[in-house]
Ligand binder design. Sequence first.
Ligand SMILES: Cc1cc2nc3c(=O)[nH]c(=O)nc-3n(C[C@H](O)[C@H](O)[C@H](O)COP(=O)(O)OP(=O)(O)OC[C@H]3O[C@@H](n4cnc5c(N)ncnc54)[C@H](O)[C@@H]3O)c2cc1C
Length: 439
Amino acid sequence: MNVHSAPKEALAGILGPEAVIDGAAGRWAVEGLTPAAVVCPRSMEEAACVLRWACEENIGVVPQGGGTLIHAGYAPDRDFIVISLGLMNRLVNYQPADMTITLEAGMTLAALQSILAEKGQFLPVDPPCPRQATLGGLIATASSGPSRYGYGTLRDMLLGIRTAMPDGSIVKGGGRVVKNVAGYDTPKLFTGSWGTLGVIGEITFKVRPLPSATATALWGFEHPDQAEPLVAALIDSDLLPAFLELTSASLLQDALPDSLSNAPFILSAGFDGNREAVAWQLEHAGGIVQGKGMAAPVVLRGEAEKGCRAALSESIAVGGAALFCKASLLSSQVTAFCERAGKAARELSLPVAVACHAGSGIVHLRLADGPDNVAIAWLERIGEAAQAAGGNLVVLKGSPAVKRAVPVWGRPTGDRDLMKRVKAKLDPKGILNPGRYVG
Ligand SMILES: Cc1cc2nc3c(=O)[nH]c(=O)nc-3n(C[C@H](O)[C@H](O)[C@H](O)COP(=O)(O)OP(=O)(O)OC[C@H]3O[C@@H](n4cnc5c(N)ncnc54)[C@H](O)[C@@H]3O)c2cc1C
C-alpha cells in the first residue's frame, strides 16, 4: 500500500507538530496496518480541519477513542491516518439540577462517572473497561452493558451531539433537552455508526440519580436451558431488574460466593432503588422462584455485590479472546441458542464461554483459542442457529482468516441499501473507516 506523500508534515502544518504522532508506533496499528500518521486534535474545529484535508487528499481516516474495540470490522482498504480523540476529554457543561451533562467525546466513562458521583448522579451504562472506553467510542459502537435491561441503552440517554463531517463542517444535533422539535433524530444516526459517518466530538447526556440501595440475586444452573423458565417468569413479572444476565461461571470465578462455585452457569438479577423497593423486589423474586420449585437465590450486597457487578460487566469484554462474537436474538431464544452453541463447540472441542443479556436477547460468545478452520466451522453453525432464532451474529474479534471466511457484520438486512445511500451522502469519498463496516 503506497502511503500518501508527507501526511505528517501536512498535518503538522495544519495543527502544529505537537499534535501529530508517528503512526508507526505499534499501538496505532489497525488490523495489522500502520497509519500514515496519528493526529490529536484539541477541538472540534481542529478535527474538522483534518477531515477537510483528508477529503481533499482522499486519504482514509480512522477515528480512535480508547482503542479497545478498534479491531472490530475489516482492515482499512486504503492509506489512512488515525484521529485520536485523546486530547478532547474535557467537561463542557454540567447542570445537576437538570440532570444534563455535556462533555468532549474523548472523555472516558470512568472519568464521567466520578464527576457525576460527586452530585449523587450517574450515567446508567456499565460496559467493560470504563477506564479505557471513551464516550465517543461508546456512542459510535452503541455499546452497553448488563444494565441496558433496566435502564435502556446509550441511545435512550443521548440528548445532543456535535460531529465533525468529512467536508470539514461541524453539525449539531439535539441539545440539552429531550427532543421536542420536528425532524430526524440525528444524534441517533451517529449511534452505532462505527465511525463511518462523522467524528463525534461533543455529547450531551441525560443522567440519573444514583440508587440509594442495590442487591443482586444469583442462581446456579448445570445447563443454560434449565434457567429458561425463571428468565421467562422474571421478564413476565412486575419486577424491574436493572439486569438479567446468564453467564458462564468461568467468567465470574473470583466474584462468586463459594456456595455457587460448582455451578457451570450463573443467572443474576440486579435490583436497584430505595431500600423498600429493593426489599420488595427480592421478596417478590423469592416468591416466583418458590412457585417454580427452584432453590432460593444467593443474595449479594455491599462489597461482594460491587465485585460481582463489576465482574458481570467485564464478562462481556473481548479482552484476550481469540474469537469474540455477539448474537442479537429474541430474548425467548437465548437459552436454546446457548445450548446449541455449546453443543457445537463441544463437538468441535472448542473452549467457549457465554455472557448473555438474557432479558435483552443478546449473547456474547468468546473462544479462548482454536484453529481457524475449526473456529470457522463453529461460526457457520452458530450463524445458522442465530438466523433460526430470528437474529443475527456479528464477529467483534477474529483472525484475518476468520474475517475472510464469514460475514463479520452478519447477514445483510433489508436496510443495507439505505445505509449505503446515507454513507454516500454524508461521506461521498468514503474516507471514514474506509472498507471497515457493512457494505
Ligand atoms: C461486547 C463488548 C465488548 C467489549 N470488550 C472490551 C474489551 O475487551 N476491552 C475494553 O477495554 N473495552 C471493551 N468494551 C468496552 C468498549 O470499550 C467500549 O464499549 C467502546 O465500544 C469502545 O470505546 P473506545 O473509546 O475504546 O473506542 P475505540 O475502540 O477507539 O473505537 C471503537 C469504534 O468506534 C469508532 N470511534 C471511536 N471514537 C469515535 C468518535 N469520537 N467518533 C466517531 N467514531 C469513533 C472507531 O473508529 C471504532 O470503529 C466492550 C464493549 C462491548 C459492548
